[in-house]
Design a protein around this ligand. Structure first.
Ligand code: PMV
Length: 310
């Protein structure tokens, strides 16, 4: 059996979500991490092979210190559930680009966790798996809001508020999004840290921006529920302006956003931590191809498409 998990993309509300504002994110189900279980002879223990690293990388998971995210995930699952390591090899692979804000880390961890559950014949609730993956995210990302793991583990569009119960988004009409990757690697942790400094030192300037983003996301939830695509597009573009004011956009992101809008996108904005990584454009389905072309011409190294359906 293959255990898998999708990539994710944030539609609206990044950064402000760290401060308790809502955010909306959806799974990108065509990009996935997979983990396959192969049984080993008795006494062999549990090993993990990261196929994409192009080398066999057996990881013993009962080591004292675990400095590998995959091994840490396996160890955490076994510890939380009080299980002994099964005699198995877990082969992990992924089609999700790394370090580009699409949640590759959380997806790979989720796939490995599911493989460990399969190998031990154990079932846990989605909530429990989600909280374990969140713990792993914290090790690698500092103070994540938890939105990545929530979308990836549930594989559902979510309206996310930090600390609140998971709320699945109601969708009135199918939405087509085209995503453009700047190709610029940008650690989310740095952008989040910089925003924290701005909010701390200049609250009168930056708190209203966070509040403004919160208002946009609440209005966007309503637009998505009622299928008001034009309103949603406008809200995305306004959200991008707020993210520029938060200093997390970049020349490449702005360039791709402008190119998408010039090619007829209904709305466009950066997505995720910013300063690099991806942007997302809302488009009519019959204009999607134009947006892909425009983004590539403007320098996008990859483009993706996803449909969010009712
Ligand atoms: O860069 P990504 O897609 O992992 O998104 C980060 C989203 C932030 O709101 C900037 C941080 C967070 O933990 O929510």
């Amino acid at each position: 059996m293959s255990n898998s998990a999708p990539a994710k993309i944030i539609l609206l509300g990044e950064h402000a979500v760290v401060y308790g504002k809502p955010a909306i994110a959806v799974p990108l189900s065509t990009l996935r991490a997979q983990a396959v279980v192969e049984w080993l002879e008795a006494g062999a223990g549990l090993h993990i092979e990261a196929v994409d690293l192009n080398e066999v990388l057996p990881v013993a998971i009962n080591a004292e210190t675990v400095d590998n995210a995959l091994a840490l995930t396996a160890q955490k699952i076994l510890k939380v559930l009080g299980l002994a390591p099964p005699d198995a090899l877990i082969r992990v692979s992924s089609t999700i680009p790394m370090a580009s804000g699409l949640g590759s880390g959380a997806a790979v961890s989720t796939a490995v966790a599911r493989a460990v559950l399969e190998a031990t014949g154990t079932h846990i609730s989605t909530e429990q798996l989600n909280s374990i993956i969140y713990e792993i995210e914290k090790v690698y990302h500092g103070t994540p809001s938890g939105i990545d793991n929530t979308v990836i583990v549930t594989e559902k569009p979510v309206y996310f508020v930090r600390g609140a119960p998971i709320e699945t988004l109601e969708i009135g009409t199918a939405l087509t999004f085209v995503i453009g990757d700047t190709g610029d690697a940008s650690p989310t942790k740095l952008a989040v840290g910089d925003v924290r400094e701005l909010v701390r030192h200049q609250p009168t300037q930056f708190q209203p921006i966070l509040d403004g983003i919160g208002g946009i996301v609440a209005a966007a939830r309503e637009a998505i529920r009622t299928g008001d695509v034009v309103a949603l597009g406008e809200l995305m573009t306004q959200n991008h302006a707020y993210l520029q004011a938060l200093t997390v956009s970049s020349a490449s992101l702005d360039g791709l956003v402008e190119a998408a809008m010039a090619a007829g996108a209904i709305g466009a904005k950066l997505s995720g931590g910013g300063r690099g990584g991806n942007m997302i454009a809302l488009t009519r389905p019959d204009n999607a191809e134009e947006i892909h072309k425009a983004l590539k011409k403007a320098g996008a190294v990859h483009t993706y498409q996803t449909e969010v359906k009712p």
